[in-house]
Design a protein around this ligand. Structure first.
Ligand SMILES: Cc1ncc(COP(=O)(O)O)c(C=O)c1O
Length: 407
């Protein structure tokens, strides 16, 4: 090895290596963080930032959470990885917690959100084959985001994500969100071909757009009546982000399959597909698998994340802080003309601006606030679920100052 990590300290040194050696698939902001504590990040010059991004809704308990670190350390000391060819205590215990706190009877573990959706996709195809005369078609929504693997990219209802990779997976139809009539018509005409409907209850990547309750209830009813699997992609909305453990609890209906990732492992990569009892025996031995999925260290981190989230009543902070941020944003909207709309549930909040917002996010960064611009003209606020009032207020002050100066 040529150098120790501690020898590489400047942003320029990190940037040079990144540009030289890493495939250029990301448009990165000009910063590298070396340290994090709670809702704060510190860069290569030890400058402090407020984190309204949480590694894209991942580090929900904040940075440096002592019990998460202790659990990971302790697990690393014992065993990091074996395989899914043997039993795994941490995985079994995590699955039990997930099942006890929600609707499913079985869990399949993955390393990412896309893989959790891939598992749901494969399960749906098997369901179609076994229970519905070989039905293979899917419905998803326009402007949805389900991942970057081939099947999940294809499920994603955005042509810019498909661009250059065609032909994408066939037999997927993209429906307009919240249009019950269109959904009824489609199912009426082609329901016998359908094996699954995939829904993000709040479309995150396209700018935090919640589905309305009537639409989700209609989808549930139509799916049940027509023997179609209803999959909720809660990869971004799950694990407390919306003020309930899972966003579907706001809607009062259960899915048949729910996918999770992001906040589940507090930054250690882990995803899961949670499957209702009725569909839990569709996949048998050898039909799907993953080398790393739910390995000891990932499962232990996720177990600890859920233990903290449930045990410390963090959801009440999510609701209180979400309300505070929304109230302030609404007040800002009344005064600042570039703000077109504010939306959100809990600490999953989007602000539509009247122009592309990458430069606004960059200006916030320069002023000590990490915030993300998504879907071209939406700022997304997804801070740690543990954020304090004082820090939320300071972050909003930085954002407000940047929005006020726009003409
Ligand atoms: C709703 C949703 N589904 C799926 C994914 C894909 O997850 P991953 O990037 O972990 O593969 C994401 C990631 O942003 C997401 O927000």
């Amino acid at each position: 090895m040529e150098k120790e990590f501690s020898d590489i300290l400047t942003l320029q040194e990190i940037k040079d290596r990144t540009e030289k050696y890493i495939l250029g698939t990301y448009k990165r902001s000009p910063v590298a963080f070396l340290y994090g504590q709670g809702e704060f990040l510190f860069d290569t010059d030890n400058k402090q930032y407020i984190d309204f991004q949480s590694g894209v809704a991942v580090t929900s308990l904040g940075h440096g959470e002592a019990d998460i670190i202790e659990a990971i350390r302790n697990q690393a000391d014992r065993i990091i990885h074996t395989s899914n060819l043997v039993y795994n205590r941490e995985q079994a215990m995590l699955a039990e917690v997930l099942v006890r706190h929600s609707f499913p009877s079985k869990v399949f573990f993955t390393n990412s959100g896309a893989e959790a959706n891939e598992a749901a996709f494969k399960l749906a195809r098997l369901f179609g084959q076994q229970n519905k005369n070989g039905a293979t078609s899917f419905l998803t929504l326009e402007n949805s985001f389900h991942g970057r693997t081939f099947a999940t990219m294809s499920l994603t209802g955005q042509t810019k994500i498909h661009s250059g990779f065609g032909p994408i997976v066939p037999n997927i139809k993209y429906m307009p969100p919240n249009d019950i009539e269109a959904l009824e018509k489609e199912i009426d005409e082609n329901g016998t071909e359908l094996c699954a409907i995939f829904l993000e209850l709040i479309q995150g990547e396209s700018g935090v757009h919640p589905l309305n309750i009537e639409y989700v209830l209609a989808a549930r009813k139509l799916a049940t009546e027509n023997n179609i699997l209803l999959v909720f992609d809660e990869i971004q909305t799950g694990i407390g982000r919306t003020g309930k453990l899972f966003a579907f609890e706001h809607y009062g209906v259960n899915p048949d399959v729910m996918t999770l990732a992001k906040g589940l492992g507090s930054g250690i990569p882990i995803g899961a597909a949670l499957i209702a009892n009725k569909f839990a025996s569709i996949m048998g031995a050898g039909m799907h698998g993953s080398t790393f999925g739910g390995n000891h260290i990932a499962a232990r981190a996720a177990y600890e994340t859920l233990r903290i989230l449930i045990g410390r009543e963090i959801l009440s902070n999510v609701n209180a802080m979400g309300e505070y941020i929304m109230t302030r944003l609404k007040a800002m909207q009344a005064k600042i003309p570039v703000i077109q709309e504010v939306r959100g549930i809990g600490l999953h909040i989007g602000i539509t601006i009247d122009r592309p917002c990458a430069d606004i996010a960059l200006a916030c960064l320069e002023n000590g606030l990490v915030i993300n611009c998504t879907g071209t003209n939406n700022l997304r606020i997804v801070p740690p679920l543990t954020i304090t009032l004082e820090t939320a207020a300071k972050g909003l002050d930085i954002l407000e100052a940047q929005l006020r100066i726009l003409k």
